[in-house]
Design a protein around this ligand. Sequence first.
Ligand code: PLP
Length: 438
Amino acid sequence: MTEDLDARAKELDREYVFHSWSAQAGLDLPVIAGGSGATVWDHAGNRMLDFASQLVNVNIGHQHPAVVKAIHEQADLLVTVGPATANLTRGRAAERIIDKAPAGFAKVFFTNGGADANENAIRMARLHTGRDTVLSTYRSYHGNTGAAIVATGDWRRMPNQYARGHVHFFGPYLYRSEFWATTPEEESERALRHLERVIESEGPATIAAILLETVPGTAGILVPPPGYLDGVRALCDRFGIILILDEVMCGFGRTGRWFAFEGYDVVPDLITFAKGVNSGYVPVGGVIISDAISATFDDRVFPGGLTYSGHPLAAASIVGSIDAMQDEGIVEHARRIGTEVIGPGLQALAERHPLIGEVRGEGVFWAIELVSDRETREPVGADVIGRLKGALVSRGLVPFSADNRIHVVPPCVVTEDEAARALAIYDEGLTSVEDDLL
Ligand code: PLP
């Protein structure tokens, strides 16, 4: 009977579901029927360690009882309400988020996810400044809607015909420096000089915003070098440009901090969020708006809105999730397990495995960059990543991969025992692929 449910799930999926970022023919996706914490299972009860946190969003872990209860209680009370109403749960969710934000942030605009959060942040920045151009990095992902997908810099970027006024630049990435830098300080300084040149060349008076992931995620978990983000802030201040930090993937605990930018000497003007704010238990995202930008719309209509903005089930899940993360010290746990277990464990793997070119990250946000040659840093091909993913899955781990990298991104609640098991699986998987390559 249980075997049949897994087969049926695959059959229905193949027959009727159109999937993201994929050619549809031949897709054979894993069945996930249940989960708890960092573990998921299919209908037959085969358990897997979820070291992808699905799409790097299940920060609080699967089926956290307090969040599920908050959703249940709200569902009993009121499952839907329009955006042009005052709703207590929505207000509480916004209050919780403002409470976590730095001083100087006034309000939260709720969206359905991360892409439309960036979309609306860009619109706010343009209306606030009266300028048009948005600068963002080549190595970035900001979502799959009009301006967000054009702002995206990775392979998913759509041509500019889908939206106007987007310019890309290179952010810091010391391992593959665009600036021939050999130290983090050099990388930071040269990346800032490059950005300054781009701003001057485009014309500072035309630039509305710089949109950056605080720690670029899908692009490779590119932890910014010292001085970079505060340097970008200084450029924004000098030229009257709005700084939008996209915290959709790196926010709400993933780096071991509530917001990733708390690790740097920088405060943005707009913060976009989604994923970890409620671990995707109900789709939601939003923009946290500074006092100054919020004041722009005190006497002026903000031309934007969504039917489900601040949906009560999403709001309830935000309140439940932020409270549980706070009460259970989940953000601190993510920081500690990253510093004491995952980071050192991955560094130890790098010493043993010639396939690993670099390990970088913090909290529960790590990348293993795989190379065929450590000297030339030649990235491994899709075949090697495919083989490694197969080896990890067959050993009971759900992996996350992008280009030539495996991202080690478990829920913030991952236990030491689970982290140790996962490290052993990565170790075995790498050994098996290296043995095959010899
Ligand atoms: N911004 C970043 C940094 C992301 O990683 C993502 C999704 O992965 C998005 C925006 C888009 O979010 P969503 O898929 O919820 O629209």
